[in-house]
Design a protein around this ligand. Structure first.
Ligand code: PLP
Length: 424
């Protein structure tokens, strides 16, 4: 399928008059339509809730859009909890799915009434020491080990992952917590990442549902919810078929009726913690070609770099690129698209066939709406870009300003050198 950006060249030329490149821009219409589809896909389950994985796109304006569709927040750190709290969320709206968790973060999460999802059996006592008494609702992250296989092969390798309780530990942990007065239990698992198949959630659900039945029978605990977590993917490459969230919801419903309902567990709520699927396709990094270099290869240097989007450098991830205004032109040139970091992996694309690029062209790097701006960093003293929201009515709203040198140097503000820095 041809991947086209959600903004036109004309729109970008208008936007850059006010907000210079590079920037991430988000598509309100796409976010809303997708959030509505997710809500409808799981409407069959009374307690369904999507806890948006804040780490994917920790922007309050975007999170507030998702809240209109009933979403809560899945947090992994203190600052994510703080952001959720500042947005007025507490209690059952917040899931705290962290690992290697510091005591003060547990304390903060408990104080705001967030649902705590433990990553390890030793954290039961760790948490008890902090809180004196465990909350009445507790969740545990499950890791069955081995590999996670689907009909199209091995999807991921949970046995190699640092997360979660083993099967034995999960039974033991539930037993311990029941004795300590916990009343309601949740099971959470994240076994494969960026799955572009409608099979992942239903297959994971079946595994967790069967486990829930066994836990209920063997330990006699109330299973209140099953959290399928994240991992629902998006088509980064043009040849991938997008996931159909309605088919996914329907697949989960089928196994719910096959496994949970006959076991008397027809009241169990289904939770999800999607990040990438909620936001990924609805964000793009817009950057300008500022240099052209021909040595042993042909390079286009752009004004964004890996600090604006780390995925290609970090994982060799593919992000589709459109040269604005040249959507219909043939891809006749092979380029490396590079940023300015002193790191040879600072390339948004390697050997990518694209239309001939001229200096001044705007490039749209697709699918940066999740794990894009959020993974930004400051290597080489580079500053993180602004975030913009393309509203449904066509207006553009600044939803995070670009960093300035002052932001970069802010942590030196208690030292004398700070006073000698010259800011514009
Ligand atoms: C990263 C993460 C998610 C979101 O994952 P996506 O692949 O973006 O859907 C959800 N839950 C937990 C615990 C995570 O670490």
């Amino acid at each position: 399928m041809k991947k086209l950006p959600f903004v036109t060249k004309e729109k970008i030329e208008e936007i850059v008059k006010e907000y210079p490149t590079p920037f991430h821009i988000y598509d309100e219409k796409g976010i809303r339509e997708n959030a509505q589809a997710v809500k409808e896909a799981f409407a069959w389950n009374k307690g369904f809730k999507e806890y948006f994985a804040v780490k994917a796109t920790p922007n309050p304006f975007l999170i507030n859009i998702l809240r209109e569709y009933g979403c809560g927040c899945d947090c992994s750190s203190m600052t994510e909890l703080m952001l959720s709290k500042a947005l007025g969320m507490s209690g059952q709206d917040v899931m705290f799915s962290s690992n290697d968790t510091p005591a003060e973060e547990y304390e903060y999460a408990a104080k705001m009434g967030a649902v705590i999802n433990l990553d390890d059996i030793t954290h039961i006592e760790f948490l008890e020491e902090i809180l004196e008494k465990l909350p009445e609702t507790m969740s545990c992250r499950y890791n069955p080990g081995g590999v996670f296989k689907m009909s199209n092969g091995i999807m991921d390798n949970p046995g190699d992952a640092k997360y979660g309780f083993t099967t034995e530990q999960l039974f033991e942990g539930f037993r311990m917590m029941k004795e300590k007065g916990v009343k309601r239990f949740g099971i959470h698992a994240f076994l494969a990442s960026n799955t572009v198949t409608n099979e992942y959630y239903p297959q994971l659900a079946k595994q967790l549902f069967e486990l829930a039945v066994e836990l209920k029978e063997k330990i006699d605990v109330e299973i209140a919810f099953i959290n399928l977590s994240g991992g629902v993917g998006i088509p980064y490459t043009p040849d991938q078929e997008p996931n159909d969230i309605r088919a996914i919801g329907e697949g989960v419903r089928k196994v719910y009726e096959e496994v949970l309902v006959p076991a008397g567990l027809g009241e169990v709520a289904i939770y999800t913690e999607m990040g990438r699927f909620m936001m990924g396709p609805y964000g793009a990094l817009v950057t300008k070609a500022i240099h052209e270099k021909h040595t042993y290869k042909d390079y286009i240097g752009v004004d964004a770099c890996a600090v604006n989007l780390m995925r290609p450098a970090m994982y060799g991830a593919y992000h589709h690129i459109t040269v604005l205004g040249k959507e219909e032109m043939p891809c006749t040139h092979k380029y490396d698209i590079t940023g300015s970091l002193c790191e040879n992996n600072d390339k948004f694309a390697i050997d990518r066939m694209l239309p001939e690029i001229d200096k001044g062209d705007y490039l749209v790097i697709h699918d940066t709406g999740a794990h894009g701006h959020a993974m930004g960093y400051n290597y080489n003293g580079k500053l993180r870009s602004a975030e913009l929201l393309l509203k449904e009515d066509g207006n553009v709203q600044l939803i995070r300003r670009a960093e300035t040198p002052k932001d970069y140097f802010a942590t030196l503000d208690c030292f004398e050198v700070f006073d000698r820095l010259e800011f514009e």
